[in-house]
Write a protein that binds this ligand. Structure first.
Ligand code: HPA
Length: 275
């Protein structure tokens, strides 16, 4: 199984190399629901639709475009995923995390991840941006199965899943830009259902500030290879004090994420320019 998977990773990586040439991307960026806008800021873009990349899945989730975009952002060569693969789409964890393995082979030094999330912290408002300082994984672990020794150890450390230096740099960048940031714990469930009120309360009780259906698999796979990770969540719904007629709706989530996309783009672009 693992030799077959390694072959898939290599095939995808060499296809992408044939498009981007010898340049090594400094950072890989994963753009979540409604956050693809950042990719539009990339200069001298090379756009590679996922469907052209061997062994890549197709992005079926709403607000996810399905392109790999390489080019310059903040003066640095980066590679961005405009849309990701989710476990709830029915893809196995190997498919969900294949792009991060591929970006590792392409030589990224940092991984940036973003997502739309429900705010369970009662201080959070729709449109807030949260630096992910830690996570709680309630999805299957993507490293289950034979270990890819060439990528990392069997039992990876998770003491510092999100890089402290990158967090500090982001906080100073946001201050310069006059953008207020929250900092908290992201909890990942499988979805695709949104949570019941009791589940939101439970997640708050166990230490979560925001909840979503993605990101953690990619972070675990990046940390397996010791890649420093920086993550941002956009709070798209307030998961407490529900009005009588409140319903969670995917369209509202994408719309709220779209509205915060400019701020998120500014932070990431400035942060990358300082690396
Ligand atoms: N729960 C899970 N995933 C989400 C939510 C939520 O409330 N909002 C955006 N993604």
């Amino acid at each position: 199984m693992s030799t077959e998977y390694l072959k898939k990773i290599e095939e995808a990586a060499s296809f992408i190399s044939s498009k981007i040439g010898e340049r090594r991307p400094l950072a890989g960026i994963v753009l979540g629901s409604g956050l693809g806008e950042l990719a539009e800021r990339i200069e001298n873009k090379i756009v590679i639709p996922y469907r052209e990349i061997p062994n890549f899945a197709i992005s079926t989730a709403m607000g996810h475009k399905g392109n790999l975009i390489a080019g310059n952002l903040g003066g640095k060569f980066v590679i961005a995923m405009q849309g990701r693969f989710h476990f709830y789409e029915g893809y196995g964890m190997d498919m969900v995390t294949l792009p991060v393995r591929v970006m590792k082979v392409l030589g990224i030094s940092y991984l940036f991840v973003s997502n739309a999330a429900g705010g369970v912290n009662k201080d959070y408002k729709v449109g807030d941006i949260m630096i992910i300082r830690d996570h709680i994984n309630l999805m299957p672990n993507p490293l289950i199965g034979s270990n890819l020794e060439s990528f990392g150890p069997r039992f990876p450390d998770m003491t510092r899943p999100y890089d402290r230096t990158l967090i500090e740099k982001a906080e100073s960048v946001a201050k310069e830009l006059g953008i207020a940031l929250k900092k908290g714990v992201y909890l990942a469930g499988t979805g695709p259902t949104y949570e019941t009120p009791a589940e939101y309360n439970y997640f708050r009780l166990i230490g979560a500030d925001a909840v979503g259906m993605s990101t953690v698999p990619e972070v675990i796979v990046a940390r397996h290879s010791n890649i420093p990770v920086f993550g941002l969540s956009v709070i798209t719904n307030e998961a407490f004090s529900f009005a009588d007629d409140f319903v969670n709706d995917g369209d509202d989530v994408v719309e709220a994420a779209n509205m915060a996309a400019d701020k998120l783009s500014a932070i990431v672009t400035n942060l990358i320019s300082k690396l």
